[in-house]
Write a protein that binds this ligand. Structure first.
Ligand code: SAM
Length: 293
């Protein structure tokens, strides 16, 4: 009987986020494969975990592979941890997990903190689906590719990691390519000085520039980009009757006044333009009257 590989999430700043199951698992396994044994020893000390550790990072992941799978096949249990958060999410662990899956070794996840998931959860942006992009690229060409990919895609929420010394530069680049995108930028999540910035990329950037401590801590952000084609088709799908009803309710005006507003005022939420000639809008108002008479 082979052993089990546990993928154990650890705190991203606040040690109180360590789960009971994570502690029990790290205590009970035969070996902890840690991204950096010095970092993990602080965690182990805090929770009085005395399990032996072995290094498993991106520079030795392939060399340690046969040793770890050998031990697992011999019936030993191993837990993978990274410096913070969930292993394999932009952290070591994938190489070993893939091999175990292929060899039929049991792989069990011990879920917990993850910066990407936390950013999505606090973003206040549409989050039914999201695309995790890892670190925002450094090179100009790769950055341009990311911007064109986002522009060409459907409306979507994207999550990026970024280092504190590049965050302003990254946001300036994004502002040029996607000025209308909305973002939620998170600094030092779960820590004492956690801070969240929200708004357009430009607004967040000016708030960030005004903060003398902006260059400190860890950053991750969620960016929502609404595809132009989708926004337009949504507006087209809205009937003149629906626009008139919306105006009478929201502005508390009569139907006659709503006809005049719609025929003369480009309204942002209706696509920022007059949707039809006044005659058509007037006819829509008559249909609306008929519906309620
Ligand atoms: N596996 C980790 C996870 O589950 O979140 C991510 C590892 S990745 C190498 C580290 C990056 O995650 C940091 O550079 C930062 O961008 C982001 N990050 C980690 N902890 C964070 C925190 N407390 N607040 C904001 N971002 C954080």
């Amino acid at each position: 009987m082979s052993g089990t590989l546990y993928i154990v999430a650890t705190p991203i700043g606040n040690l109180s986020d360590m789960s009971e199951r994570a502690i029990e698992t790290l205590r009970s396994v035969d070996l902890i494969a840690a991204e950096d044994t010095r970092n993990t020893s602080i965690l182990l000390k805090r929770f009085d975990i005395r399990t032996p550790m072995s290094a498993n990072h991106k520079f030795n992941e392939r060399e340690t592979l046969s040793r770890f799978t050998g031990e697992l096949l011999a019936g030993k249990n191993i837990a993978v941890v990274s410096d913070a958060g969930t292993p394999c999410i932009n952290d070591p662990g994938y190489v070993l997990t893939k091999e175990c899956a292929e060899l039929g070794i049991n792989v069990v996840g011990i879920p917990g903190p993850c910066a990407a998931a936390t950013v999505v959860s606090v973003s206040g942006l549409p989050s039914d689906s999201f695309c995790f992009m890892g670190f925002f690229p450094r090179g100009k060409k790769e950055r341009e590719d990311v911007i064109s990919y986002i522009k060409g895609n459907r409306s979507e929420l994207y999550v990026f990691y970024e280092s504190p010394n590049r965050i302003e530069d990254a946001l300036s680049f994004i502002e040029k390519g996607l000025p209308e995108a909305k973002i939620t930028l998170c600094n030092d999540l779960t820590k004492l000085h956690e801070r969240i910035y929200r708004g357009s990329v430009g607004e967040v950037l000016s708030e960030l520039s005004a903060n003398p401590n902006a260059g400190k801590g860890e950053y991750a952000f969620a960016l929502y980009y609404e595809s132009k084609a989708e926004a337009e088709s949504k507006t087209e799908a809205l009937s003149l009757e629906a626009m008139l009803t919306d105006l009478t309710v929201k502005r508390g005006c009569t139907l006659k006044e709503a006809v005049n507003i719609l025929a003369n005022e480009p309204i942002e939420e209706f696509g920022g333009k007059v949707p039809a000639p006044k005659k058509e809008i007037y006819q829509a108002s008559l249909r609306l009257k008929d519906m309620f008479s």
